[in-house]
Write a protein that binds this ligand. Structure first.
Ligand code: DMJ
Length: 654
């Protein structure tokens, strides 16, 4: 700091002053050129150039947020990367669940990471995300920088070019390649009356959540049900209507057609993609890109295709890094991108850059632009090649050097959906993507060897790994892994198939155990010091309407038809009604163990896109979005299996 303040103020003053005045800085020497001897002049010049060099060098040590650094060093030129320490991540500030949001499956409770923790948006917190994004928002608006990335790849934004290609895509051909009708024979209506009633209840919950959003927060990102107003936040780079885009497919699947039409009309007339805000690449991808893609594939409405291709192009500059590993935050207007302030040494997050593959393959498919696929294949290539400690994938990677920055491994926050997208890439490729398959099963083997544990009480759980030391906790986010391991079971090595299905069932059971006594689960729960799937810290006790446990029930039901999964799902419905339903919507709660409920005043958009959708599917017949034809992205947006040969032939037929 001394260098920064003092040396830099010298460089600012000296060039603008006549020499006589700069003598202030070199006492005892007359600075007028006339009064100096040659050797003095030489020493003075040497001193001056030393100062300039030092000042410039000092810029590299300034935090990213300092304006001076932004002026001299463009973000995309990448700061030097050094190996970060765990301390950086372990600093927490007390979280206020009222503002906590939940991006990435990636969180550690209501504690928000100080440096804009999200594990934050990732894990818990929009609040952290908002902070980091917000703080940059003010000084990020230099027009010079705004032009920067556009010129980098002429294939990125040629709207006319993509428009042409996009219109060449044949929706009819795509439909012919589905094995079964998307909505089943009878929209998945179950034959037994109890299940039907339960399904109707879930539909009513969706309508209630939607109506209140519409009434109090229409066009904003999420509803605040206690204060009856809207929330915008900073995660989506100035985009609006997150709850609308996230709900399109749920409304359609549930047959809430009037509501679906309202949503579609809003997208048509009001979804403005010309925004100049800073967005989480991950969140925009899973919610907006995923939501628009599945709305298109389910309905064939051209508007969704147009919007999603346009939005996809805005995300491409995030990949302009030395390795092609995208940074976490991007300004949707200028294309400038940077890493989260809380991420160690400017690193990118595994679950963020590893959760783009499904959507980007579909963007190429719809637009005819191969660039989307190239970007994610490049990530794949790097991850495949890099050395992995014990076969594990750490959560932090430098987009500059392509090396791991920290050895923290987790199937929950910060890691989670990377693994999910490996197996789903394989399934979505009609089981042709052998590379994804291999990476998934090797990763699973390493996870089983190093992370999977049995508690003294007999519960199976997946611990976290910090440089070889186990942290005996699981986040709510990690509970999606029951479903993931379940859907991957059948394609594993023959002798392992039953084992994987059993493991999936055991993890789902453990997560169900964590749902007590309110029948809603905490953000994180532990298995040490006598704890058996319970939150031991007050700050881990919140529940923000997350879907992961219910998601696993849904998959396990489809895979086994064991009635307990429907019973557990129904328990969750009753608990949501009892503890989370308020007069104007659904709200997260601050403490799942408290006898008196305290609400956080946030109806997360993923409650509509995921939690309620998975519950509805749980109480539907399996032919509603059959798993042979559809994979769900990490925000529960269904994307169709790509059957290349069939599509090719069908296009010819047309
Ligand atoms: C959702 O946005 C997605 O499921 C994401 O992968 C993780 N976090 C939330 C839900 O908890």
């Amino acid at each position: 700091n001394f260098l920064k303040v003092h040396l830099c103020s010298y460089t600012r003053v000296i060039p603008s002053l006549p020499f006589s005045e700069s003598s202030v800085f070199l006492p005892g020497v007359s600075a007028s050129g006339m009064g100096l001897r040659l050797s003095q002049k030489f020493v003075f010049l040497l001193f001056l150039s030393g100062l300039v060099t030092l000042c410039f060098g000092a810029l590299f040590f300034l935090p990213d947020s300092v304006r001076l650094k932004r002026i001299f060093l463009s973000k995309n030129e990448n700061p030097a990367v050094t190996v970060g320490s765990d301390n950086e991540l372990s600093k927490k500030v007390p979280g206020d669940p009222e503002h906590l949001r939940a991006g990435l499956k990636g969180g550690e409770g209501a504690n928000v990471k100080l440096k804009v923790s999200r594990k934050p948006s990732v894990t818990h917190g929009a609040r952290t995300v908002e902070r980091s994004v917000g703080s940059r928002a003010q000084d990020e608006r230099s027009p010079a920088r705004a032009q920067e990335p556009a010129a980098r790849d002429e294939r990125v934004t040629s709207a006319a070019h993509n428009g042409e290609r996009a219109s060449a895509y044949s929706y009819e051909a795509f439909k012919k390649c589905l094995l079964k009708p998307a909505l089943g024979k009878n929209k998945g209506t179950p034959s037994d009356s109890e299940t039907l009633q339960r399904r109707e209840k879930v539909k009513e919950m969706m309508k209630f959540a939607w109506d209140n959003y519409k009434r109090y927060a229409w066009g904003q990102n999420e509803l605040r049900p206690l204060t009856r107003n809207g929330h915008i936040g900073n995660m989506f780079g100035g985009l609006r209507g997150a709850s609308i885009v996230d709900s399109l497919d749920t409304l359609y699947i549930m047959g809430l057609m009037e509501e679906y039409e309202e949503a579609k009309e809003w997208v048509q007339n009001n979804l403005n993609l010309i925004s100049n805000g800073e967005a989480s690449l991950f969140e925009v991808n899973i919610r907006y890109v995923g939501g628009l893609l599945s709305a298109y594939y389910l309905t064939g409405a051209e508007i969704f295709k147009q919007k999603v291709v346009e939005l996809g192009e805005k995300l491409l500059p995030a990949f302009n890094t030395p390795t092609g590993i995208p940074r976490g935050v991007i300004n949707l207007g200028s294309g400038t991108s940077w890493s989260w302030g809380w991420a160690s040494a400017g690193s990118s997050i595994l679950a963020e850059f590893g959760t783009l593959h499904l959507e980007f393959l579909h963007l190429s498919q719809l637009s005819g632009n191969p660039l989307f696929t190239e970007k994610v294949m490049n990530i794949r290539k790097l991850l495949n090649k890099i050395e992995k400690p014990h076969g594990l994938y750490p959560n932090f990677l430098s987009p500059v050097s392509g090396n791991w920055v920290q050895h923290h491994v987790s199937i929950g926050g910060l890691g989670d959906s990377f693994y999910e997208y490996l197996i789903k890439s394989y399934l979505m490729s009609d089981k042709t993507d052998q590379e994804a398959k291999k990476m998934y099963y090797s990763a699973m083997e390493a996870i089983e060897t190093n992370l999977v544990q049995k508690s003294p009480g007999g519960l199976t759980y997946v611990a976290e790994w910090r440089g070889g030391i186990l942290d005996h906790k699981m986040g709510h986010l990690a509970c999606f892994s029951g479903g993931m391991i379940g859907i991957g079971a059948d394609d594993g090595p023959t002798e392992q198939r039953q084992h994987y299905l059993d493991l999936a069932a055991e993890i789902t059971h453990t997560c169900h155990e964590s749902y007590s006594p309110t029948k809603l689960g905490p953000e994180a729960f532990r298995f040490d010091a006598g704890a058996e799937a319970t939150a031991t810290r007050l700050s881990d006790r919140y529940y923000i309407l997350r879907p992961e446990v219910i998601e696993s029930y849904m998959y396990m039901w489809r895979l086994t038809h064991d009635p307990k999964y429907r019973e557990w799902g129904w328990e969750a419905v009753e608990a949501l009604e009892k503890h989370c339903r308020v007069d104007a919507g659904f709200s997260g709660i601050r403490d799942v163990y408290a006898s008196t409920v305290s609400h956080d005043n946030m109806q997360q958009s993923f409650f509509l896109s995921e939690t309620l959708k998975y519950l509805y599917l749980l109480f539907s017949d399996d032919d509603l979005l059959p798993l042979e034809d559809w994979v769900f992205n990490t925000e529960a947006h269904p994307l169709p299996v790509i059957r290349k040969t069939c599509l090719f032939e069908s296009n010819f037929v047309l």
